[in-house]
Write a protein that binds this ligand. Structure first.
Ligand code: CMX
Length: 140
């Protein structure tokens, strides 16, 4: 297994609409999409920057990982996401290498992806996401 690219960088924010305006002003780019992910209790906004996206995340519930993160550490870099070809194989491999996966199975995340996370204590305090594009093969 190899990472195929840095797919996106996730940034935790308090107010998604303010962050969208800020990043549009800063980057000269228009928003690529917004999406709510109920399972993760977040609203997201994506910008494309070359091959990599920037994902802003706002909590939609007080139990959201994003709300807890901001309460503890403030707004800022929340995770970095690497694309893999086969997420199940990648998860098996990183677990064999001793990294702690936050779940046993991939779940459906934003932007048409299967995702999983590696605990930040294993990776220099940075939360790492592995992601794979969902294709027709995944739809049962
Ligand atoms: N990056 C780095 N460190 C983080 C972190 C993050 N994103 N989130 C929490 N931590 C740190 C905390 O600061 C804390 O550090 P200390 O022990 O030094 O105080 C430690 O991890 C434990 O934090 P906690 O607040 O007690 O939080 P939990 O253990 O309840 O959860 C984590 C932490 C990473 C396991 C949890 O946030 C999680 O499961 N994350 C994955 C899911 C997720 O983040 N979803 C939102 C994004 C969804 C999307 O991209 O669509």
């Amino acid at each position: 297994m190899q990472f195929t690219k840095l797919e996106h960088i996730g940034i935790a924010v308090k107010d998604l609409s303010k962050s969208i305006m800020l990043f549009e002003t800063l980057s000269g780019k228009k928003l690529y999409k917004t999406e709510e992910v109920p399972l993760e209790q977040v609203k997201t906004a994506f910008f494309k920057t070359g091959d990599t996206k920037i994902e802003f995340l706002e909590a939609t519930h007080e139990d959201s990982a994003i709300r807890k993160f901001i309460d503890k550490r403030g707004e800022g870099l929340h995770h970095i996401a690497f694309e893999v070809k086969n997420i199940k194989e990648a998860m098996k491999e990183v677990a064999q290498k001793g990294f702690t996966l936050l779940r046993d199975e991939p779940k459906v995340g934003a932007d048409n992806k299967l995702i999983c996370f590696i605990h930040p204590k294993d990776t220099h305090g940075i939360l790492i996401e592995l992601c794979q594009e969902i294709t027709a093969d995944h739809i049962e």
